[in-house]
Design a binder for this molecule. Structure first.
Ligand code: UT7
Length: 327
């Protein structure tokens, strides 16, 4: 049997404070009805000042390590997918490495927006295939609330904060990650941006007035590309694994919009119980969305050995991709 990558522990952490759609009605010109109907979101968790990205990531990681029965010093590598790090340097991965006391681990962040966890898990998979004894911590963690314009109703109702983590290692049993497919199209990057705060555009008063320090999205355009890309990457993974006809047990798609999840379910002809949904509780948490979903399903006992699992994501960049695995 070839070496395959298995997930041996999952964990997640969201901030203490939940903000409901009703709460948002008091802040911007929106309604609970509009948000539910257009997105499926009912509430999201918003971080307080002490709940930094690395704080949530570390909490999620401790839970994943405990489930895996792996001590932090046994970790070989920490990979964090995030677009909202505590700071440009040190990386969130290094802050987590310090907080965990993972003294033998390398650590780095990757920038792949909402696909960050899947990109990170794909990288971990390649390491594991060359050394099956490695233990790697893969995290998706975001504080999107600090990059959200709370005066812009077209974006502020969509996003939430949180972190999810998975500990992976190798096996020669007939299970684990079967395929990874990563894609990107930078030519469409302008449709979903945080234009300032990098080195190309200093944060001048003019730039600040334009709101370029915040997430800006042409929602309807992004929606069109998201459904197309997700359908295509699902079909690519199904074909690669001989799972044609939607022959999967659970689909974990990035939780960006309930209507996107409904579209995928209909196109694949899947019953609703096979499409994991938690967007109503968390909103869009970008790179954290898939690992939080995975952890919820895992802790609820939904991930039984042998199940065929397909994870798919789409986000700014654009980036999109899939990972198929047998649990
Ligand atoms: O995670 C990365 C990937 N992200 C995505 O995949 C997100 C994809 N896009 C979407 O999910 C949807 O496009 C949104 C949820 C962002 C927006 O839904 P939509 O059905 O595309 O709405 P829209 O942008 O076309 O706006 C429809 C109307 C507009 O009013 P008019 O011009 O028709 O009078 C908006 O101004 O809804 C208005 N609107 C709102 N009304 C109340 C926009 N936001 C709000 C709001 N409350 N929060």
């Amino acid at each position: 049997m070839p070496v395959r990558t298995i997930i041996i522990g999952t964990g997640s952490q969201v901030p203490e404070t939940a903000v409901t759609n009703k709460d948002l009605e008091a802040r911007v010109d929106t309604t609970d009805e509009w948000i539910r109907a257009r997105t499926g979101i009912q509430q999201r968790f918003i971080a307080g000042d002490h709940e930094t990205n690395s704080f949530l990531a570390t909490r999620a990681s401790l839970k994943a390590l405990e489930m895996a029965g792996v001590r932090p010093e046994k970790l070989d590598l920490i990979i964090v997918g995030t677009l909202t790090p505590d700071m440009p340097m040190p990386s969130v991965a290094c802050l987590v490495q310090k907080d965990l006391g993972a003294s033998n681990a390398g650590a780095f962040d990757i920038s792949a927006t909402c696909s960050g966890f899947l990109y990170g898990l794909s990288i971990a998979d390649k390491f594991i295939r060359t050394n099956s004894n490695m233990k790697i911590l893969v995290i998706g963690s975001e504080i999107l609330s600090k990059r959200t314009n709370w005066q812009d109703r077209t974006t502020c109702v969509l996003f939430g904060d949180g972190a999810g983590a998975a500990v992976v290692t190798g096996t020669t049993e007939d299970r684990g990650i079967l395929s990874t497919h990563l894609h990107a199209d930078g030519s469409l990057g302008d449709l979903l941006t945080i234009k300032a705060l990098g080195t190309a555009t200093p944060l001048t008063p003019e730039v600040f007035d334009k709101g370029w320090q915040y997430i800006q999205m042409q929602g309807r355009e992004v929606f069109k590309h998201a459904v197309r890309a997700l359908e295509s990457v699902v079909n690519e993974a199904l074909e690669a694994n001989g799972w044609a006809g939607g022959n999967i047990d659970i689909l974990f798609s990035h939780q960006a919009n309930m209507r996107i999840l409904d579209f995928l379910r209909e196109r694949l002809g899947l019953p609703s119980e096979k499409v994991f949904i938690n967007i109503h509780k968390y909103g869009n948490t970008s790179a954290a969305s898939i690992p939080i979903a995975l952890d919820e399903a895992n802790r609820a006992g939904q991930l039984q050995p042998g199940l065929r699992i397909l994870m798919v994501s789409f986000g700014g960049g654009f980036t999109w991709g899939s990972i198929a695995m047998r649990w």
